[in-house]
Design a protein around this ligand. Structure first.
Ligand code: HEC
Ligand code: HEC
Ligand code: HEC
Ligand code: HEC
Length: 163
């Protein structure tokens, strides 16, 4: 029989804690992926997995062989910083050997512009905002009496939005 002393419950408790610690380390080493990067704290193989995903966005560089004119125009005006694909959707490859195999989006709705220009308090200060009442954005006479359906493109050009 084990002799109990007034301190033996402490030894039992320490035993339980050590057991927990060992179990934790075992589970941790079993669950840590082999490629774990301990310096930067991520799964190394994740980079390979991500790189293997199919491309969906080509980037502006990829349009320049075929759409020089659109790029040249865009670069000159206030939309120069925009990515073509923020308006035309992901079109990494809509053409094969000069034949169109998929459509790029050409959305002429107001939403296309309001997505970036509707009036919001969290937009950067001075960012041109469309508002009919002119509460945050500049009050613009031409905007005041617009009908709800009038497309922005009636007066603005998407590639050169200068009014
Ligand atoms: C290999 C040449 C080529 C590349 C690269 C290319 N396009 Fe096109 N694009 C075309 C052709 C050809 C058409 C069809 C023109 C027509 O029907 O008159 C077209 C049409 C379009 C249209 C009109 C809508 C449609 O579907 O017809 C848009 C918008 C467009 N491209 C955007 C882009 C963007 C953005 C990129 C870059 C991410 C890009 N294109 C890259 C050749 C290309
Ligand atoms: C702010 C949004 C926006 C951006 C950015 C933009 N476009 Fe467009 N693009 C449009 C809209 C809207 C139209 C349709 C204009 C119209 O018909 O009045 C259009 C038309 C086109 C067309 C002709 C399609 C047709 O059939 O009329 C091509 C090609 C095109 N864009 C290519 C590009 C390329 C390449 C870039 C990047 C350099 C680009 N666009 C950037 C909104 C945009
Ligand atoms: C992806 C975001 C985005 C979209 C979509 C977008 N714009 Fe813009 N727009 C911008 C940025 C960024 C600027 C430059 C703001 C600045 O200079 O501070 C700008 C500037 C403008 C200006 C001011 C031009 C000037 O010379 O004063 C007008 C007008 C404008 N856009 C109209 C439009 C219209 C119309 C559409 C829809 C076809 C549109 N925008 C779609 C981001 C966008
Ligand atoms: C009836 C013609 C017309 C229509 C339609 C129109 N605009 Fe304008 N917009 C103008 C004119 C004119 C100006 C320049 C007024 C000025 O600078 O005093 C302007 C200026 C702007 C500006 C610049 C504001 C600034 O603070 O400098 C933005 C952004 C803009 N419009 C976005 C839009 C959007 C988004 C739509 C569609 C929802 C739209 N506009 C529809 C005529 C129009």
């Amino acid at each position: 029989m084990i002799k109990t002393t007034p301190k033996s419950h402490l030894f039992r408790l320490a035993g339980v804690l050590v057991l927990f610690a060992v179990a934790f380390l075992l589970v941790k080493s079993w669950a840590t992926p082999d490629s774990w990067n301990f310096e930067q704290w991520y799964r190394g193989d994740a980079l390979i997995d991500i790189a293997a995903q199919p491309l969906t966005y080509g980037g502006n560089e990829s349009c320049k062989d075929c759409h020089q004119a659109a790029i040249k125009k865009l670069r000159k005006f206030d939309h120069k910083a925009l990515s073509c694909e923020s308006c035309h959707g992901p079109v990494v490859d809509h053409v094969k050997g000069q034949k169109k195999i998929a459509k790029a989006i050409v959305d002429k709705s107001r939403w296309q512009c309001e997505n970036c220009h509707d009036e919001r308090i969290n937009r950067p200060k001075g960012f041109p905002q469309f508002s009919q009442a002119g509460e945050i954005g500049k009050s613009i006479k031409k905007h005041k009496d617009l009908e709800a359906e009038t497309p922005c493109l009636k007066c603005h050009d998407a590639h050169d939005p200068t009014p």
